[in-house]
Design a protein around this ligand. Structure first.
Ligand code: F58
Length: 791
C-alpha cells in the first residue's frame, strides 16, 4: 500500500513525498482505497445485470454521509495496512483522516438515515442505487458570535472530492416551464427552459468488501456553456446568465423554505433530481428488457419523504407520452414500482405547492396530477383530494401513487394511520406499514468507538458487526464485575478524549468523572432543548441553595443547528450560550455543573460525542418525533436514555428494559388532551415554584444583563403559546433527572445498566430495517451470496 500511495501522490496529485501536504497525503490514500473498491464494485454491477435481479432505487434529497475514509478502510478490512503504510511514510494517520471535510448533504435524521441505508444495502448485497443532488454547498457552517448563531456557506467541494467518478457521458436534459400541446389524443410537453443533469458516482462498498452499490448524485449544468454572441458583444454578464441559472439548482441544500423564491427553487431541485433519476433507471431497464410492462418486476423506487413525490407523475408522463400507454395502465404500473416513507406529522413540514406555481414550472405534470386525482376520486368517491384549496398536497400524491407507505417507528406509524392519512388509510387499509428506523453498526459502533468495539470483539469475535443481534450474548456478562469494569473503563477512555477536545475547542475544562449529559440534534421547539436548559438552571439554583449536598457533577452538552429563518430556535441557542457564560463562571458550582455547546455540530462531531455520553436526552413532546435515530446511537454506545414515550424511544425502552431507561412525561394521547385545556401552561407554571423561579430569572435578564429584555418573547411564549408542553412536562423531567443523579452515584450499577443498553440494541441495526423494506415493500431478497453465485 505504501508504494501505491506514493504512486498516486506522484501521478495523480503531481507531488513528491518531500513536498506533499496533509491534503495531498489524504487524497493519495483515498485514491488508493478507491482503487481497491473498484473491482468489487464492477463485479457487483455485473452480477446484478447477470441475474437481472430487481434493483432498489432510493430517491432522497439528502444523504448526510459525513466523512468516508474510515468507512472505506474498515469496510474493506484495510485498517492495519493503511495505518502501517502511513506510518512508514512518516505521516500521522489520525491527522490524515481528520483532514477530510464532512459531506454535509443533509439537514438531520432524514439524510443520515439515507446514508445508513446505503451502508446496509451494500452490506446485505442488495443491488441498489442511491439518487440525490450533488450540492455545491452542504448544510451551512455554524459559528457563535456573542452566543448568537451565524451562518456561513459550507465548502466541502473547495477541495477535490476523493471518492466520486464524474460521468460527463451520463447526462439528461431536464425541462421546466413552457406549454403542453394536445393532438390526436396524445399530449406533448414543450419545456421553455432546460438544464442538464450530470451524474457523479460514489461507490459504496459494504462490510467485508463483498458488495458495492452506487450513490449517484446529480449536478446541474447549463445546456449551452455560454452565449458566445453576447460575449463577443462585450456583454459578459448576459453571456453567463444561463450558466448561472442552471448551476443555482444544485448550488445549496435547503435548510428551510420560508421565502417565495426559495420555494420555487426547491420545487425545481426536487423535479430536477427526480426526473434525472427516473430517466436513468428507465434507460437501465430498457437496456435489457423489451416490455415496459415488466418494470415493476425489475424496479423498486423508494421515496424518502415527499421531496421526490413528483416521481409518480413523472413516471406516468414518460409511460403515457413517450411509451404510448393509456393513463389508467400507466398509473397502475407506476404505483407498483413506487413506495413512500413518511418522516413527519408536523403540519408545517408536509409539503404543498400552489397549483399556480406547480403548473407554471411543470404544466404537463399538473395535468397528470389532476388525472390521478380524478381517477382516485372516481374509484373512491368522497376520498381526500390531492388538489385542495388551490394547493397540490404532496403527501396525498405520494400516498395515492405508492403501493406501500411506511412510518419510521411503531408509534409514528399508528399516528400516521390515525391522523394525517386517516381517511386514506380507511380506503386502503393495507397500504400503511411500519419499518422502524435503524443505524449502521459499522459507523456507529465499530468506527466511532474503538474502545468498546475491541472489548466486544474480544468477547464475541467480529461477526457481530454484520449481525448485531449477537450483542445479546453480552447480557450474560452483567454479573461479571471484571467485564462491567472493563465496559466502564472503555467509556472513561472516550470521556477523557472528549474532555480534551472540549478543552481545546470550547476553552472549558470539564471533569471526565462528571455525568456527560448530551443533547445533539437540530434545534427545534418540539425537541425541547429549552426544557433541558430550564432544568439546568433549576439544578444550578438548587446547587447554590444547598452547596453542602452531595450533588452528582454534570456536564450538559448541546449540539445542533437552527434553520436560519427559525427565530425561536435561534433565541434558544442564544439563551443556552448566555446561560453557559454565567453558570460556567460561578465559583460556587463550577466543579459540579458546566454547560458546553461546541459550534457546527455535524456527523464527525456526533462520532466524538456519542461514545462519551452517559445520558442521552430524547425529550421531545410525545407524538412529535417520528422516530429519532440519535437515540439508537447513544443506547448502542452504552448511554442511558432520559426520554418521553415518543418515536422509537418506545421500542428502545421495550428492548433495553424499563429498569434501564429514565422515562418521564405525558403520553401522546395525554398531550393531545392537555392541549385542549384552556390556560394549561399558566396552570403548570403556577403549580411549579421551581419553574416559576427559573422563568423569572430569565425574564429579569439574569443571563443577559447587558440586554435584560432579550428573552421576554421566549418566556411569554411559554406562558401563552406553549405548543410543545415544556411547562407541563417540566416537573416530571426535573424529578427524573434527580433519579438519574442518584443512579449515577453507584458507578457499578450505572455501568451495568449501560451494558444492558448496548447488549439489547442489536435489533436497531439498519440491516434489520433494510431486510424489512426488502421483504415487505420491495419484494427483493438480500443477495449477499449473489456475487459468489455468479462467479
Ligand atoms: C427526521 N426528519 C425525523 N426531516 O424528525 C426523525 O424523527 C426521524 O428519525 C428521521 O427523520 C428519520 O426517519 C427529518 O430529518 C428533515 O430534516 C426535513 C428535511 C427537509 C426540510 C424539512 C426538514
Amino acid at each position: 500500500m505504501k508504494n501505491e500511495i506514493l504512486k498516486r501522490l506522484r501521478y495523480s496529485l503531481g507531488k513528491d513525498a518531500d513536498h506533499a501536504s496533509v491534503y495531498d497525503w489524504r487524497m493519495a490514500l483515498s485514491l488508493v482505497l478507491r482503487d481497491h473498491m473498484v473491482d468489487t464494485w464492477f463485479d457487483s454491477t455485473r452480477a446484478a445485470y447477470g441475474t437481472s435481479a430487481k434493483r432498489v432505487y432510493y430517491l432522497s434529497m439528502e444523504f448526510l454521509i459525513g466523512r468516508l475514509i474510515e468507512d472505506m478502510i474498515s469496510n474493506q478490512g484495510l485498517e492495519t495496512e493503511a495505518r502501517n503504510a502511513m506510518k512508514a511514510l512518516g505521516q500521522d494517520f489520525d491527522t490524515i483522516v481528520h483532514n477530510e471535510p464532512d459531506a454535509a448533504l443533509g439537514n438531520g435524521g432524514l439524510g443520515r438515515l439515507a446514508a445508513c441505508f446505503m451502508d446496509s444495502l451494500a452490506t446485505l448485497g442488495i443491488p441498489a442505487y442511491g439518487y440525490g443532488i450533488r450540492y455545491e454547498h452542504g448544510l451551512f457552517e455554524q459559528s457563535f458570535v456573542e452566543g448568537e448563531q451565524m451562518e456561513k456557506p459550507e465548502t466541502w467541494l473547495s477541495q477535490r472530492h476523493a471518492w466520486e467518478f464524474e460521468r460527463p457521458e451520463v447526462q439528461y436534459r431536464i425541462g421546466f416551464g413552457g406549454h403542453v400541446s394536445h393532438s390526436e389524443g396524445r399530449a406533448k410537453w414543450h419545456p421553455g427552459d432546460s438544464v442538464l443533469a450530470t451524474a457523479h458516482d460514489t461507490p459504496i462498498v459494504g462490510w467485508k468488501g463483498v458488495w458495492g452499490n452506487t450513490l449517484r448524485l446529480w449536478s446541474a449544468d447549463p445546456v449551452r456553456q455560454f452565449d458566445l454572441a453576447s460575449f463577443n458583444r462585450g456583454d459578459y454578464l448576459a453571456a453567463g446568465r444561463s450558466e448561472a441559472l442552471a448551476r443555482t439548482i444544485s448550488r445549496v441544500l435547503y435548510p428551510d423554505d420560508t421565502t417565495e423564491s426559495g420555494k420555487e427553487l426547491r420545487l425545481k431541485q426536487e423535479y430536477f433530481f427526480t426526473a434525472a433519476s427516473i430517466m436513468d433507471l428507465l434507460r437501465r431497464f430498457l437496456s435489457d428488457h423489451d416490455d415496459i410492462r415488466a418494470l415493476p418486476d425489475a424496479v423498486a423506487i423508494q421515496l424518502n419523504d415527499t421531496h421526490p413525490a413528483i416521481a409518480g407523475p413523472e413516471l406516468v408522463r414518460l409511460l403515457v407520452d413517450e411509451h404510448g400507454l393509456e393513463m389508467p395502465e400507466a398509473i397502475d404500473l407506476a404505483r407498483r414500482c413506487l413506495a413512500y416513507t413518511n418522516h413527519t406529522l408536523l403540519p408545517e413540514a408536509l409539503e404543498r405547492w400552489h397549483e399556480g406555481l406547480l403548473g407554471r414550472i411543470l404544466p404537463r405534470h399538473l395535468e397528470i396530477i389532476r388525472a390521478i386525482d380524478d381517477s382516485h376520486q372516481a374509484e373512491h368517491p368522497g376520498s381526500p383530494r390531492i388538489l385542495e384549496h388551490g394547493d397540490v398536497r404532496m403527501g396525498e400524491l405520494a400516498f395515492i401513487m405508492a403501493h406501500k407507505v411506511n412510518g419510521v417507528s411503531a408509534l409514528h406509524t399508528e399516528l400516521v394511520k390515525e391522523t394525517v392519512f386517516a381517511d386514506l388509510h380507511r380506503i386502503h387499509p393495507t397500504r400503511i406499514i411500519n419499518q422502524t428506523n435503524g443505524i449502521t453498526p459499522r459507523r456507529w459502533l465499530y468506527g466511532c468507538n474503538p474502545a468498546l468495539r475491541n472489548l466486544i470483539s474480544e468477547e464475541l469475535g467480529e461477526s457481530w458487526v454484520s449481525d448485531l443481534e449477537q450483542l445479546s450474548a453480552l447480557t450474560d456478562k452483567r454479573g461479571d464485575s471484571a467485564f462491567v469494569a472493563d465496559f466502564h473503563a472503555a467509556k472513561r477512555v472516550n470521556k477523557v478524549a472528549l474532555s480534551n477536545w472540549i478543552g481545546q475547542t470550547c476553552d472549558v475544562q470539564i471533569d471526565p468523572d462528571a455525568m456527560f449529559d448530551v443533547q445533539i440534534k437540530r434545534i427545534h421547539e418540539y425537541k425541547r432543548q429549552l426544557m433541558n436548559l430550564l432544568e439546568t438552571i433549576a439544578l444550578w439554583n438548587e446547587m447554590r441553595d444547598h452547596p453542602e449536598k452531595d450533588w452528582t457533577p454534570r456536564v450538559k452538552i448541546f449540539g445542533g443547528k437552527a434553520a436560519p429563518g427559525y427565530f425561536m430556535a435561534k433565541d434558544i441557542i442564544h439563551l443556552i450560550n448566555d446561560t453557559a457564560s454565567v453558570i460556567n463562571a460561578d465559583p460556587v458550582t463550577r466543579d459540579r455543573l458546566k454547560i458546553v455547546f461546541p459550534p457546527n455540530y455535524n456527523v464527525t462531531m456526533a462520532e466524538r460525542l456519542i461514545p462519551a455520553a452517559d445520558l442521552s436526552e430524547q425529550i421531545s413532546t410525545a407524538g412529535k418525533e417520528a422516530s429519532g435515530t440519535g437515540n439508537m446511537k447513544f443506547a448502542l454506545n452504552g448511554a442511558l436514555t432520559i426520554g418521553t414515550l415518543d418515536g422509537a424511544n418506545v421500542e428502545i425502552r421495550e428492548h433495553v428494559g424499563s429498569e434501564n431507561f429514565f422515562l418521564f412525561g405525558l403520553t401522546a394521547a395525554e398531550v393531545m388532551e392537555r392541549r385542549q385545556q384552556p390556560g394549561f401552561s399558566r396552570a403548570a407554571i403556577e403549580a411549579s415554584p421551581r419553574l416559576r423561579r427559573v422563568l423569572g430569572q430569565i425574564f429579569e435578564g439574569r443571563f443577559s444583563p447587558q440586554d435584560p429584555h432579550r428573552y421576554h418573547g421566549l418566556v411569554g411564549m411559554l406562558y401563552d403559546h406553549d405548543h410543545f408542553l415544556v411547562t407541563c412536562d417540566f416537573d416530571s423531567y426535573f424529578d427524573t433527572q434527580r433519579r438519574a443523579d442518584i443512579a449515577f452515584q453507584s458507578q457499578q450499577s450505572w455501568a451495568t445498566m449501560a451494558l444492558m443498553n448496548t447488549a439489547s440494541m442489536g435489533w436497531f441495526s439498519s440491516d434489520r430495517t433494510i431486510r424489512g423494506y426488502a421483504r415487505d415493500i420491495w419484494k427483493t431478497r438480500p443477495h449477499g451470496a449473489l456475487l459468489e453465485k455468479s462467479a
